[in-house]
Design a protein around this ligand. Structure first.
Ligand code: ASP
Length: 308
């Protein structure tokens, strides 16, 4: 058994090799590595899984390459609406926000909902009030803007106007997340996203839906998903892994593989997830071309990867 372990992801999808330069690849690896380092330092110091996953996700939210926080994708009407959630495996407390723009780190707004309210999921102005009352830093819209995401929106809208079906939902998604087991044996999960490019205003994906894109329970596992959110919600992807472990006695790896490769893959649910069990075992299955991902354990063996 490992004393602690941590996995992060920066989204799954169609990561086209021919558009990927060596320089860009190096930047992705560096972004993942920074997130792993932030979480690792907390875990190595005896810190809590919840602190580690939120620190790792903050690092990913601040890296504009990833679709969360700075660099989030745009809705069909050209706005950014962010979803985020955390769940604590020891207490099964959870906090989430949906459709927000303002807090520099939406994941900390989700954590504020968990720690400062009696609720699990907040939307609208009061979600921002909770974040403000928690003293979280806010940013104006230009901070979150990236040309690359704006261009992706224009390309998607053009395809729609021309009646070209985007048969590959994987092209439009991305998300960031982290799962950890700390030295005390507690599990936690955190996920943050801008959602899917050209989503309808007000659309909420799987990320802030507890049991769909985010889940943690010390008795089974912690999970953070990335992919076609509607399918993750309908197949209850993250909680289904825990249910398979609890009721069918499956290992984390078997359960996660079944959900990603069978339930999601055969139902238009492109994507992947990262998960950790009570022993600290990590698994990172995905059913599309690539998933930005990384792992580290107490051995200090930092690994980051993009493709299969
Ligand atoms: N699952 C996210 C959503 O549907 C997007 C993604 O992970 O790519 O909002």
């Amino acid at each position: 058994m490992t004393r602690f372990s941590l996995a992060v992801h920066g989204g799954a999808g169609t990561i086209l090799r021919h558009t990927m330069t060596d320089d860009l690849q190096a930047r992705y690896h560096a972004g993942l590595r920074r997130a792993l380092q932030a979480g690792h330092d907390i875990l190595a110091d005896g810190g809590a899984a919840m602190d580690a996953v939120t620190a790792a996700v903050c690092a990913l939210e601040e890296e504009p390459l990833f679709n969360a926080g700075r660099g989030a994708v745009f809705t069909a009407d050209g706005r950014q609406e962010m979803d985020a959630a955390v769940m604590d495996g020891a207490t099964r407390k959870a906090g989430a926000v949906a459709g927000i723009l303002g807090p520099r780190n939406p994941i900390l707004a989700a954590r504020a909902v968990m720690e400062r309210t009696d609720h699990v999921l907040l939307i609208g102005p009061n979600a921002l009030t909770v974040a403000r009352d928690a003293g979280l830093p806010f940013e104006e819209a230009p901070y979150f803007f990236t040309q690359q995401r704006w261009d992706a929106l224009q390309a998607t809208l053009r395809m729609r106007r021309e009646g070209i079906d985007d048969l590959d939902p994987a092209r439009r998604h991305g998300t960031v997340g982290a799962v950890a087991r700390d030295a005390r044996g507690d599990l936690a999960a955190a996920t943050s996203t801008g959602g899917m490019t050209a989503k309808a205003p007000g659309r909420v994906g799987d990320t802030p839906v507890i049991g769909a894109g985010t889940y943690a329970d010390n008795a089974t596992c912690a999970v953070s998903g990335t992919g076609h959110g509607e399918i993750f919600i309908r197949w209850h992807a993250a909680a289904e892994i825990a249910a398979r472990m609890r009721h069918a006695g499956q290992s984390l790896e078997e359960a996660a593989r079944h959900v990603v490769m069978t339930d999601l893959a055969s139902n238009d649910g492109s994507g992947g997830l990262i998960a950790v069990d009570a022993e600290g075992t990590l698994t990172l299955p995905f059913n599309c071309e690539g998933m930005y991902r990384g792992t580290v354990t107490q051995k200090g063996d930092f690994v980051t990867a993009i493709y299969r």
